[in-house]
Write a protein that binds this ligand. Structure first.
Ligand code: CU
Length: 277
């Protein structure tokens, strides 16, 4: 079951930017695609057209899920990728992390995450573990996606003024996040893959509480998972249409470190953001 229309998603420039110091470039319109996650599968089209695509993840499951898009180079397949994940080690060089909507609560709907789809073959997986510690991909949560279209095309996603950079190991936010809806750029400026997980914190809870909870997933979560950007490779860009109410949020990255395997949050890649108005 999926919903897909080819109507163009027109996202207005964020309110509050009028009168800012510089005009900001606007990216291309994106085709909306809604993906439904359950425990443990994805419903999405087998083929999509190339170009900017705004993925929204609707979670009908009882566990958190994300939509993690991986571009498969050199004719490799989703089956090979999943088989390789059964043994530890770094991802194969032909698997390019391409992002997509990050973790969203059971019963929730993620922020739209815009990926500039290039033609070729992709795997869509969920590597979030359940309370048993087993990543959902090992329970069958993987799909193949073919992207059809012409190869030669300039990149449609541009670096906008509102950019969050993912660094080794910090979130760079050289602007003031505010309440309301913002279409922003998320760019991996580091040497490793990174992700952006957006969590609305419960009163009294901190990013560290989120990092601790994720390890065992026991008891009530310290916040609500709203989406974000699934892991992207160095140099890769997604856009995020983020709607925030006033409150306290945690920005997190749980990608395992290339050197010691610890989640990047343990290296300090977590940040609390307070939205006042
Ligand atoms: Cu990271």
């Amino acid at each position: 079951m999926f919903v897909q229309t080819f109507a163009l998603l027109a996202i207005a420039a964020a309110p509050g930017l009028v009168g800012g110091p510089a005009p900001h470039p606007t990216s291309a319109k994106a085709t909306p695609v809604t993906v439904v996650a359950t425990d443990f599968s994805f419903s999405l089209p087998a083929t999509l057209k190339a170009g900017p695509t705004a993925f929204t993840l609707v979670n009908h499951g009882k566990q958190a899920h994300h939509f993690f898009l991986i571009r498969l180079e050199g004719g490799h397949t989703t089956e090979e990728l999943v088989a390789g994940m059964k043994s530890p080690g770094p991802p194969p060089p032909w698997a390019v992390f391409a992002g997509g909507p990050n973790a969203v609560d059971p019963g929730g709907t993620s922020f739209p995450t815009i990926v500039d789809l290039r033609p070729g073959n992709y795997a869509v997986i969920c590597i979030i573990p359940g309370p048993d510690g087993v990543p959902h991909v090992m329970k069958g949560m993987s799909r193949s996606l073919h992207v059809a279209g012409a190869a030669a095309r300039p990149a449609s996603l541009v670096t906008t003024r509102d950019t969050i950079t993912l660094n080794d190991y910090a979130f760079g936010i050289p602007w003031t996040m505010h309440a309301g809806t913002t279409r922003l750029t998320v760019r991996d400026a580091g040497a490793q893959p990174h992700e952006l997980v957006v969590v609305r914190l419960e009163p009294g809870k901190s990013p560290q509480d989120v990092a601790s909870w994720v390890e065992k997933m026991a008891g009530p979560p310290p916040g609500h998972f709203l989406g974000g950007v699934s892991p992207i490779a160095p140099g890769q860009v997604n856009e995020l249409v983020m709607t925030l109410a006033p409150g306290r949020y945690a920005l997190m990255c749980f990608v395992p470190d290339a050197k010691d395997g610890k989640p990047h949050a343990a290296h300090g890649m977590m940040r609390e953001v307070t939205i006042t108005r």
